[in-house]
Ligand binder design. Structure first.
Ligand code: HEC
Length: 107
């Protein structure tokens, strides 16, 4: 009985130590392009002053402009500093951050 209790306690501890972020897979098509489409393409479209972030070209644009190179990506810096912070919420920002951390794949 005592051993069982210890086992449960240990399992509980292990569970708490799992980094939930690591279990979450972020994909460009399912998670990132919808954010761009909802929040960015109103300005970031072919015709405007800003580069296009439409789903069909967004990934190529990011690569061409060198916006997602490592943790200091211009994309994140821009979103955190120069663009209004109300543009996207905490959750959306986290997704973009995680996507970049996972290698900024065209997935
Ligand atoms: C209200 C219009 C508007 C919206 C909405 C907007 N942008 Fe922008 N963005 C611009 C303009 C104009 C520029 C170019 C001038 C500048 O750098 O501020 C720009 C520049 C940028 C840059 C900088 C590129 C560089 O080389 O420095 C990034 C990155 C960017 N936008 C990402 C985004 C993302 C991602 C979203 C959506 C979450 C977004 N923007 C929403 C207007 C907008």
């Amino acid at each position: 009985m005592f051993g069982c209790l210890i086992a449960i306690t240990l399992a509980g501890c292990t569970y708490k130590n799992i980094d939930l972020e690591k279990l979450e897979r972020v994909t460009f098509t399912k998670d990132i392009t919808p954010i761009f489409n909802n929040r960015c393409t109103i300005c970031h479209r072919e015709e405007g002053p800003a580069f296009s972030l439409k789903p069909s070209v967004a990934y190529q644009t990011l690569k061409d402009h060198g916006l997602v190179n490592g943790n200091n990506s211009i994309l994140l810096t821009k979103l955190k500093k120069r663009h209004s912070t109300s543009l996207i919420n905490e959750n959306q920002l986290k997704k973009i951050e995680l996507w970049i951390k996972e290698g900024a794949l065209e997935n």
